[in-house]
Design a protein around this ligand. Structure first.
Ligand code: HL5
Ligand code: SIN
Ligand code: MN
Length: 270
């Protein structure tokens, strides 16, 4: 899978690029089953919604589930990321934001790179995020909203809040933009939310302003976000590094699989 020059330009121009239905429905089902298994493993990698029983996010599933280990090296996924970034990339962070039906919470307006600069001393914003839709994403189930082009203005905010919403990860609540900052940016850039069938993938910049509303619909919105980083841009944490479920330690450059992850898994299982 190769991006066209037009797609590359679009990514740099808007700060995101949608690849509709990159994975098929059988593959999506396989990934959902892997998530169901993984979310049952207790540990700090599972973040719940307000400390209640509902899961808000699960981190680092690619370290435990072969389906996700394959997906991050899939020939439809990794080469486009390498094209946008550089050949030598690894997964810096891997999370699935589960946004359950009837009550999945909002994700505050933020820029990812601020979190990683503050928490991990990540030197520069040379990352690419992939957002993999594990459910159909519609206007109803809390799609991510982007401010197109907002990645080109650098970081809007500098520090973080004095208190932390969660000890397990840095919740966007702690680095959220003010209403005034957001209003000004929306004036300039507008808002858009990529929607599409499960199996679609949206590539997006670590500096683009984004957020999402609560999910009051009867449909879950499970969204996998893997962040690839340039291996020449390793974090330099000031104090104790954050745990490896949130900042991955395996920085070996990834190489694409020969075939889609689903085929490779079938061969291994046979
Ligand atoms: N939760 C992430 C972390 O690194 C940061 C957020 O969307 C990415 C802002 O703890
Ligand atoms: C995030 O930026 O990590 C949250 C986006 C979302 O899941 O809506
Ligand atoms: Mn984010």
């Amino acid at each position: 899978m190769r991006l066209t020059q037009q797609q590359v330009d679009q990514y740099h121009d808007h700060g995101f690029l949608m690849l509709e239905s990159l994975l098929d429905q059988q593959e999506v089902e396989t990934l959902r089953e892997a998530l169901e298994r993984d979310a049952k493993i207790p540990g700090p990698q599972v973040v719940t919604e307000g400390g209640g029983p509902e899961v808000r996010a699960v981190y680092s599933s690619h370290q435990r589930q072969p389906e996700y280990a394959g997906l991050i090296r899939d020939p439809r996924v990794l080469p486009p990321v390498q094209h946008l970034l550089t050949d030598d990339v690894y997964v810096y962070q891997f999370k699935i934001n589960t946004k359950p039906a009837f009550g999945g919470g909002k994700w505050a307006w933020h820029q990812d790179y601020l979190a990683w600069r503050l928490a991990d001393g990540l030197p520069s914003p040379c990352q690419v995020n992939i957002g993999v839709f594990l459910d159909d994403v519609t206007e109803f189930n809390g799609p991510v909203i982007f401010l197109p082009g907002s990645h080109r203005g650098g970081l809007v905010r500098e520090g973080r809040s004095a208190t932390a919403r969660s000890e397990q990860h840095l919740d966007p609540d702690d680095i959220s933009l003010t209403p005034q900052q957001l209003a000004e940016l929306v004036d300039r850039h507008g808002m858009t939310s990529p929607k599409g069938p499960a199996g679609s993938v949206v590539l997006f910049s670590p500096q683009i302003v984004h957020g999402s509303a609560p999910n009051m619909s009867p449909f879950a919105r499970r969204l996998l976000i893997a962040t690839y980083n340039d291996t020449a841009n390793l974090p330099r944490p000031k104090g104790t590094p954050r745990p490896d479920y949130v900042v991955c330690r395996d920085t070996e450059p990834l190489r694409p699989l020969e075939a889609p992850f689903s085929e490779v898994l079938r061969t291994v299982m046979a």
